[in-house]
Design a protein around this ligand. Structure first.
Ligand SMILES: Cc1cc2nc3c(=O)[nH]c(=O)nc-3n(C[C@H](O)[C@H](O)[C@H](O)COP(=O)(O)OP(=O)(O)OC[C@H]3O[C@@H](n4cnc5c(N)ncnc54)[C@H](O)[C@@H]3O)c2cc1C
Length: 496
């Protein structure tokens, strides 16, 4: 960073977003005189959910030089190789599918999967269920870990499950030990020096905290970016119906699988997340289709609890994003910046991307507008790409048991990108090319799009499927299964 000296950064909020941002920006600029202060109110507290990650969290720990042995035990963490979707489709044979994090072995098997998908899309009866083609799927099903023995160099990429409170506390201690200033104070007012510039945070007791850059990690309230600066919020409410969640922990599971389960419910879905200390469960639902009481009862029954066995915790979700994550001298991160919904566990992924991409843009252009505009555009595209992929889970559901699922399947509020991906699938176009054409920032790979469509069995109706003519080649599922089983033999079960 030659021209732009590191700013003095004030982070409002000590949830996962606040501490991740503080760690990353301090790591980047701390030895060049950049200092970071985190202000949080223990009285307000943190949201305390968000227990699943993408591989981006591993990349972050690697970037910070924090070993798994150091943080995983402290946060009750387990490995995650992907997400198993259960009950999103009623089509026989497609009641469940796994969305894996891709790895190097899959480079060899994915073309076979997409080839068979293309045949099935054209109406030929061939094996095209996603569970047959990816190493992570085999490992998760067998309860095997993410780590291969040393002589097997093709590990899958993986994320984690963790306790959200403990993750925040771990990062706080790590950051404070390296010089980040931590203030337990409630901010009462944001003092502005212009329409887009923050001068200071005014705290209870009269303290005034000044800075060059203010990072708003105050949660859904968005106290700086929203309340004080009036940043425009774009709601995703028309695309995504879910606006509530109810959570309840249960005991630790005995039989561990390194996967999140996303199980369809009457008016939404529930997660099942295995930690070393307990199991995280939460039902994400639409308040238009089910009451809080009924959602809690459905959740409790589905995890084997009776009414009164546990105290469910209810959360409201504000689904959408800030039109601009960075305005003036304020960067919004975490829930203050936006939230899609937790189906693909992408929130911390975006926090990490936001901090790292912001640092790049700031180094290139300081507070000038050129790099800021590019940064905002890229972050916006990232959110919108994730939104589209998640909307597709609902739009292409194949359930008919409740009005919630029927209305989701009839939802016409699809972006241009998602409409184009849908047309591409049904008109037998190349999905990788369509993904490239429609998303300049590809939040999801072609493999992910194939897993979703094929996982629901989005093929012509069973009655119209034809036997494959002899002259057309089909990828050999048995051969690939044997190869993946041989690879899986290099991995050990994970004990938790
Ligand atoms: C139901 C649900 C499930 C989720 N699941 C996942 C998941 O699986 N994976 C994932 O990546 N993400 C998930 N998320 C998102 C994830 O929870 C958040 O992205 C993450 O916890 C970061 O939250 P945050 O730090 O932005 O906000 P919070 O945790 O709400 O923190 C806000 C902070 O601001 C402080 N604050 C607010 N106002 C003031 C004030 N006036 N003065 C001082 N301090 C103040 C608070 O004290 C707190 O420290 C989920 C979210 C929900 C709602």
């Amino acid at each position: 960073m030659s021209e732009n000296a590191p700013p003095h950064i004030v982070v409002l909020g000590g949830g996962s977003a606040g501490w991740i941002t503080a760690c990353l920006l301090h790591h980047r600029w701390g030895d060049r005189g950049g200092n970071v202060t985190v202000v949080e109110s223990p009285e307000i507290g943190i949201i305390g959910v968000g227990e699943g990650s993408t591989p981006q969290l591993k990349a972050m720990f690697d970037h910070l030089g924090i070993a798994e042995a150091e943080w995983m035990a402290a946060c009750d963490a387990t490995y995650k190789l992907g997400i198993r979707f259960t009950g999103w489709s009623e089509r026989p044979g497609f009641e469940s599918y796994f969305h894996p994090f891709p790895g190097p072995v899959d480079l060899h098997t994915e073309p076979a999967f997409t080839h068979n998908c293309m045949l099935a899309r054209r109406g030929f009866k061939v094996p095209a269920h996603p569970d047959d083609w990816f190493l992570a799927t085999k490992l998760a099903d067998a309860g095997l870990g993410a780590k291969a023995e040393a002589n097997f160099p093709f590990a899958p990429s993986y994320g984690y499950h963790f306790d959200a409170f403990k993750l925040g506390a771990f990062l706080r201690d790590w950051a404070v030990a390296r010089g980040v200033d931590h203030r337990s104070l409630k901010v009462e007012k944001v003092e502005l020096s212009s329409e887009t510039e923050v001068a200071a945070l005014l705290c209870e007791g009269g303290e005034r905290i000044e800075g060059d850059l203010f990072v708003d990690c105050s949660g859904f309230r968005a106290m700086i970016a929203g309340d004080a600066l009036g940043g425009k919020f774009t709601s995703f409410g028309e695309n995504l119906f879910n606006d509530r969640a109810v959570v309840v922990p249960t005991d630790k599971v005995n039989e561990f699988k390194p996967q999140t389960e996303a199980i369809a419910m009457k008016a939404g879905w529930r997660w099942h997340i295995p930690l070393t200390s307990r199991t995280g469960n939460g039902y994400v639902y639409s308040s238009k289709y089910i009451s809080d009481e009924d959602a809690a009862a459905e959740l409790l029954a589905s995890v084997g609890l009776q009414d009164g066995d546990a105290e469910p915790r209810f959360l409201k979700m504000k689904v959408g994003r800030m039109a601009e994550s960075w305005r003036g001298n304020c960067l919004a991160a975490g829930l203050a910046q936006g939230f899609v919904e937790p189906l693909e566990a992408t929130a911390l992924h975006i926090v990490i991307a936001t901090a790292l991409e912001f640092a790049e843009a700031f180094e290139a252009g300081g507070f000038t507008s050129k790099h800021r505009a590019d940064f905002n555009s890229n972050i916006g595209k990232r959110y919108d790409g994730i939104r589209d992929y998640i909307v597709a889970h609902y739009r292409f559901n194949q359930r008919s048991d409740t009005q919630y699922w029927l209305d989701n399947a009839a939802n016409q509020n699809l972006s241009g990108g998602l409409k184009a991906m849908t047309t591409a699938w049904f008109t037998h176009q190349d999905i990788a090319a369509a993904n490239q054409q429609n998303y300049s920032i590809q939040a999801y790979s072609s493999a992910s799009w194939h897993c979703l469509f094929a996982g629901y069995g989005t093929f012509p109706p069973e009655a119209k499927m034809q036997p494959l003519p002899e002259q057309i080649n089909v990828a050999d599922r048995e051969e690939i299964a044997a190869m993946l089983s041989a690879c899986a033999g290099n991995f050990l079960p994970v004990e938790i």
